[in-house]
Design a protein around this ligand. Structure first.
Ligand SMILES: Nc1ncnc2c1ncn2[C@@H]1O[C@H](COP(=O)(O)OP(=O)(O)OP(=O)(O)O)[C@@H](O)[C@H]1O
Length: 299
């Protein structure tokens, strides 16, 4: 059951929010969807779910159009979190579970299981407005997965969470994937995508500027990172051919180089100088790729 987007375009009046996007997202995988603010991620999600009509192109999941309101097989964590503040967690999530085809009893069992897992069992009878933003997000996540969807769309699931809760949610997302759910998620945090996804797409102003398998994307990027620690200044390296970026760090420098061959030339240059403590060649990070392709800095 893979998700297929074929030449999908969305226009808002004259503005093209998503431009001729073609993607195949493999089933039972975590697929990363990246892009700067306003790149078109949420618009794409809303089109996948049938909450917004595309201007052009086709979107199919298992060969069919998705209607989020009718399908019990879909889960969605929207960017603008949408729980009712005045309702208690229990009444609200049991109600939402029933909308997704669960019995009241099975919804309550699942809810308790998840609350327990997230170490917030005592929130069962609390009103949503009494919970912190991060804890509200955990509840919203539970509402998107408790009916065991086959396709799960998470719009920036980790935003606003502290590092401990980020780890907790990451583990939950991996478990949901391992239980057979296909997951698409957006994030501005490259390290999360790097850690979780095999395949991804980077959008820039509605266009896919990078897409495919993460390892292949890194390999085909060509440029590498080189970390050198030395006792003496390495400033002279910035003048060398093939050095794209040079950054001084404590104890040495970090370079971006055109190719692996350049590291050999630098290695030869430094040989015999006798003051090198560390010489490490690394693949580019997703952050490096994002900065080059989108032209903005993300940490
Ligand atoms: N209902 C709408 N009417 C008009 N323009 C819209 C509408 N929804 C989105 N847009 C425009 O479409 C573009 C894509 O927006 P979208 O919300 O999909 O971006 P995003 O990648 O999710 O951004 P962010 O990371 O900031 O959440 C933006 O230029 C936005 O202003």
């Amino acid at each position: 059951m893979s998700l297929l987007l074929k030449n999908v375009t969305k226009k808002f009046d004259d503005h093209i929010a998503v431009n001729n996007l073609t993607l195949e997202m493999p089933e039972r995988e975590l697929f990363g969807f990246l892009g700067g603010n306003g790149a078109g991620k949420t618009t794409t999600f809303r089109m996948i779910l049938g909450l917004l009509d595309q201007t052009d192109g086709q979107i199919e999941w298992n060969g069919e159009k998705i209607d989020y309101h009718k399908s019990h097989l879909i889960g969605y964590l929207p960017e603008e979190r949408g729980l009712y503040p005045k309702l208690k967690v229990k009444e609200q999530l049991v109600y939402l579970g029933k909308l997704r085809g669960m019995t009241g009893q099975s919804a309550l069992i699942e809810l308790k299981k998840w609350l327990d897992r997230f170490q917030v069992s005592h929130y069962l009878d609390k009103k949503v407005e009494e919970l912190s933003k991060g804890n509200q997000q955990k509840i919203q996540f539970i509402s998107s997965v408790m009916h065991k969807p086959k396709l799960l769309i998470l719009d920036e699931p980790f935003s606003g969470l502290d590092p401990i809760n980020v780890e907790m949610l990451k583990e939950a997302v991996i478990d949901v994937k391992n239980s057979g759910t296909s997951i698409v998620f957006s994030s501005h945090q490259m390290d999360h995508v790097e850690e979780l996804c095999e395949n991804l797409c980077i959008l820039k102003e509605g266009n896919a500027v990078v897409k495919g398998n993460l390892s292949e994307i890194k390999r085909s990027f060509g440029k590498k990172n080189l970390i050198i620690h030395a006792q003496e200044s390495l400033d002279f390296l910035q003048q060398m051919e093939g050095v794209v970026k040079f950054k001084q760090v404590i104890g040495g420098c970090e370079l971006q180089i055109m190719s692996e061959e350049v590291s050999q030339i630098i290695f030869n240059e430094l040989q015999g100088k006798g003051f090198i403590r560390k010489f490490e060649l690394e693949e580019p990070t997703l952050n490096d790729i994002f900065i080059e392709k989108v032209g903005e800095h993300y940490e």
